[in-house]
Structures are given as C-alpha cells and as structure tokens.
Design a binder for this molecule. Structure first.
Ligand SMILES: Cc1ncc(C[n+]2csc(CCOP(=O)(O)OP(=O)(O)O)c2C)c(N)n1
Ligand code: SF4
Ligand SMILES: [Mg+2]
Length: 356
C-alpha cells in the first residue's frame, strides 16, 4: 500500500521533471520557474504553449537549448493570447483535442497583452491563459507594471525624497476577466502547489477561455533572499494582500483562508518596501481591509455558506511622520464679513438672509 503511494508520487515527480527540464537559467528562488514546473506537471504532455517574451522565455528557450518538454512557441510580447487563439482555430479545424496554454508575465498580461487577452475571452477561445505575476517587468530591468503594488520600489518608480515608490494599486485583472465572462478564473500561489495544480487540471477540463493568475516571487526585484520566496508568498496570502480564490461560472470560493496577520509583516520582509513609513504601511492596511470588505459584500452568501468571515486587523494612522500644522490665520487680514455692503469683482456682497 505504502509502496503504491510512493510509486504514484515518484511517477508524478518524474512527469513534472520531464516537462520542464532543469538547466534553465532562472535565478535561484524564482517563482516563475516553480510555477511553470507545476503548471506543466498538471497539464501533461498533450499540451502546446504559446509563451510571450519575458523572463520565462529568456531563461528556458535560448537556441539551441530548451527546457520545454512540450511544444513551445515563443511569440511577441503582446501576442500570447492571439497566437493561442490561432492554435485553437487550427486544431479545431483538424479535429484535434490538445491543451492550449498561453503563458505571459504580468507586463505581458496586465499591460501590453491585455487587448489580445480580452479578444481571446470575447471570442470564447478554448485556451487556458496563465499569467505568472512577479509584479514588475523583471526581464528588462525591473520596471513598474500594472501589477506593481502601491509603495513598491522599481527602477521606474524609485523611492526618494519626493517619491514614495509606485503610487498606484494593483490592477484588478481577475475581476476584469470575470466581468468579461471567462469560463473559469482563479488565482494561485507557488507556496501551495497542490492548489495550483488542481486549478490547472480543472481549467483544462472546462471548455472556453480560462484565466489563472499565479503570484510568483522574484528575489532580485522584491529585494529578498532567494531562500525566502515560499515564505514570502505565504505571508502575502496570510496578510490578505494576495487573495487565493476561484470563480467557476458564478460560484466564488476562497481556497486558502488567510490568518490576517498585519500587512506590515509581508511588507517588511522585502527590500522593495523598506522605505515605507508606518503611515504608508497603515494606508496599505486600510486598502487591504477595504478590498476584503468589498469582497465580503459582493459574495455575502458564499461567505455565509463557507461559514467564515474575514477578521481584519485594526489600523492606526498617525504613527509615522508628524502632520504639518496649518499656519495660523493672519489677524490683520480683513474678513469678508467686514466687506458686506461693498462690491468685490462686480458682485454686491449682501448680508445672508435668516429665516424669521
Ligand atoms: C513590444 C515590445 N515592447 C517591449 C519589449 C521589451 N520587453 C521584453 S520582455 C519585457 C518585460 C516583460 O515583463 P513581464 O511580462 O512582466 O515578464 P517578466 O520579465 O517579469 O517575467 C519587455 C519590456 C518587447 N520585447 N516587445
Ligand atoms: S529576474 Fe525574477 S522572474 Fe526573472 S528569472 Fe530572475 S527571479 Fe525569475
Ligand atoms: Mg513580470
């Protein structure tokens, strides 16, 4: 019985290793490489991948070497979804049933490939779109993307005397896909591989456009130790900063319930947030609390059936920099009230009528 279980695990591991070969050149602790390994392990060999320009392509497919154990087409930055749509049309006309995966980073999804992705969902193509989200354009030197969190340092949103770092909150890409009517929308994390693989399997078993967002740490961009990638991914979920859920049709489920530790624990684990003051951190906590309350309101019934409600941490503002005092009014300044009965810029100032 025990031997059987081990044999199963080994077979699974062999399958995972075979489809995304070792020897790629991703940095140590790279979430993207872990995400792809699990994604392919779950998809199996009957798969074609349309992969956008990104770290995932650079580290795995430099001619004449490859890490891909399945057909992999490297496509232009913004075209992962449109090439996958073409593959879908071609295979349909040949009557073949093959898993089609479009793979891109957050830059290639939230920003530059959004139009192609939207078109793919609109046309109801039978494609699974996987976005690994390392929250920046890592491949070209860590620039800010639509997925970069508020307050984060990047090379195009540097922190300094007059700058906090990135001043926008993450684009709600999954909500956009839900609004567009994708058959299946889910988020996953490299810290929970079984959940990730189950989602890939489930998505591929459904027809129509599917979208999975995988939170993927990037040590050079997040300025963290490469041995801490998984730990930090868990902190993102436990603090409620990254929500792990799925939306199958109209059914919303939280797959990993956070413990709601203060977001500070997540933020202080990475150098890209180290410049944030206590007030900046409190502002981020307010936003996270707001997002959870919004989620709770929208899916109130589902939260009730899950029998679980978010227990959000309290926020204290004003711990950080002192607020600047307002300058006192100049006593010599003539008050408007004293000018009643005169004209200012052609307007006759009258006394306000009071009801008797
Ligand atoms: C049209 C176009 N614009 C810009 C580039 C340069 N470029 C290549 S990869 C990349 C960053 C990709 O970022 P992301 O999609 O987040 O993937 P990551 O590098 O983070 O894995 C950029 C800007 C390009 N190849 N094509
Ligand atoms: S820069 Fe980041 S995403 Fe790119 S290979 Fe290194 S860890 Fe992975
Ligand atoms: Mg990226």
């Amino acid at each position: 019985m025990k031997d059987n279980a081990y044999a199963k695990i080994e077979a699974k591991q062999a399958e995972t290793k075979r489809l995304f070969y070792k020897g790629h050149t991703a940095c140590a602790g790279c979430g993207m490489a872990i995400a792809i390994r699990h994604m392919l392990g779950a998809a199996g060999p009957n798969t074609i991948v349309s992969g956008a320009t990104s770290c995932s392509e650079i580290v795995s497919s430099q001619f004449p070497r490859t890490s891909w154990g399945v057909p992999y087409i490297h496509v232009a930055f913004e075209t992962a979804a449109s090439v996958a749509s073409g593959i879908d049309a071609g295979l349909k006309s040949l009557g073949k049933n093959v898993n089609i995966i479009a793979l891109a980073g957050d830059g290639g999804t939230y920003d530059i490939g959004l139009q192609a992705l939207s078109g793919m969902v609109d046309r109801k193509q039978n494609v699974l779109y996987v976005c690994y989200d390392n929250e920046c354009y890592a491949n070209t030197g860590i620039q800010r993307s639509g997925a970069t969190p508020y307050g984060a340092w990047t090379t195009t949103s540097p922190n300094g005397k007059f700058s906090l770092g990135n001043i926008t909150f993450k684009k709600q890409i999954c909500e956009m896909m839900i609004a567009q009517g994708a058959s299946y929308v889910a988020t996953a994390s490299v810290a929970y591989p079984e959940d990730l693989k189950n989602k890939v399997r489930k998505a591929l078993s459904l027809r129509g456009p599917k979208f999975i967002l995988i939170h993927s740490p990037c040590p050079p961009a997040w300025k963290c130790d490469s041995s801490k990638s998984i730990e930090i991914s868990k902190l993102a979920i436990d603090s409620g900063m990254f929500v792990v859920y799925e939306m199958e049709g109209n059914r919303f489920t939280i797959n990993i319930k956070p413990r709601f530790i203060p977001v500070e624990q997540y933020l202080r684990s990475q150098g890209r947030f180290k410049h944030l003051t206590d007030d900046d951190v409190a502002r981020i906590q307010i936003r996270v609390n707001y997002d959870w309350k919004r989620l709770g309101r929208r899916y109130r019934k589902r939260f009730m059936t899950m029998g679980w409600f978010p227990n959000l941490p309290k926020v204290k503002l004003g711990k950080g920099k002192k607020q600047e005092k307002k300058p006192k009014e100049d006593k010599n300044k003539i008050h408007l009230r004293e000018k009643i009965g005169t004209r200012i810029h052609g307007i006759h100032l009258r006394k306000k009528k009071t009801r008797s």
